[in-house]
Design a protein around this ligand. Structure first.
Ligand code: 13P
Length: 263
């Protein structure tokens, strides 16, 4: 029987909200987010602002202590330090955050990140006690050609290779079909649930029952305050990675509905 997993609603702000805007936005929404997470011990929110705004958001989080609202980075490099202009090291991320998004499809398609690179970053995250939120998902052509499972299998087996079973249990995976990202066309919750079920099956083959029961698998792609109910009510879907709707006040309603409708 599957163990009960905390629902995770993560907000990927992408390249939006610099330090000033970020801190005033979080000041506005945090009391309401905190109320929802205080009333429901089985839900958690992870805010992922741009790297340059992390410290400003951390200041706000420290000034209004609420439980289960966490901070995450959107990316990092795997090396400890050195001549990597423009990059951020895992230890630097850990000074401010407990989570880090890795292998987002925009990193993969625009910046050429491979599964091999994502895997190095995942292993580096664990060295620094960061929880990786690892993104996988097929593009529209692959989707139309019926290649979703093959693509997912390659991405999961390679991006998440070489973990211990204990590490594997702590991973958060986000299934984000690329055709659903920013398009306003979310996947059907049943179809997303099937892919997520398949990811859990792959994970079982890779890391065994305990890790497969524990791993959190989220859906991402045009999630909003209305459709979150369909995703979160699905027994295989543990939450959402939210883009556009995470930088609006609607994010409060989205979290509230996630708490209300979760399986
Ligand atoms: P949207 O919610 O804007 O579709 O973005 C999804 C996403 O890419 C989150 O990482």
């Amino acid at each position: 029987m599957a163990m009960e997993r905390t629902a995770i609603i993560a907000g990927n702000w992408k390249m939006n909200l610099g330090p000033k805007e970020a801190s005033s936005f979080v000041l506005e929404i945090l009391p309401s987010l905190g109320q929802i997470t205080a009333n429901d011990p089985h839900i958690m929110s992870v805010l992922c602002p741009p790297a340059i705004s992390l410290a400003a958001v951390k200041d706000v989080l420290d000034s209004i202590p609420v439980r289960h609202v966490e901070l995450g980075a959107q990316n990092m490099y795997f090396a400890e330090k050195g001549a990597f202009t423009g990059e951020i090291a895992p230890g630097m991320v850990k000074e401010l955050c407990n989570f880090v998004i890795l292998g987002h499809s925009e990193r993969r398609t625009i910046f050429g990140e491979t599964d091999e690179l994502v895997n190095k970053k995942v292993l580096a995250a664990f060295k620094h006690a960061l929880v990786p939120i690892v993104c996988v998902g097929e593009n529209s052509e692959q989707y139309e050609n019926g290649e979703t499972q093959n693509i997912i299998k390659d991405q999961v087996s390679q991006s998440l290779a070489n973990l211990t079973a204990e590490q594997a249990a702590q991973v958060v995976i986000a299934y984000e079909p690329i055709w659903a990202i920013g398009s306003g066309q979310a996947s059907d919750a049943h179809a997303a649930g099937n892919v997520i079920h398949y990811i859990r099956h792959l994970y079982h083959e890779m890391y065994g029952q305990k890790a497969a029961d524990a791993v959190h698998i989220l859906y991402g792609g045009s999630v909003n305050a209305e459709n979150i109910a369909d995703f979160i009510a699905h027994p295989d879907i543990d939450g959402a990675l939210v883009g556009g709707a995470s930088i609006k006040h609607d994010f409060i309603e989205l979290l509230r509905n996630a708490s209300k409708f979760k399986a």
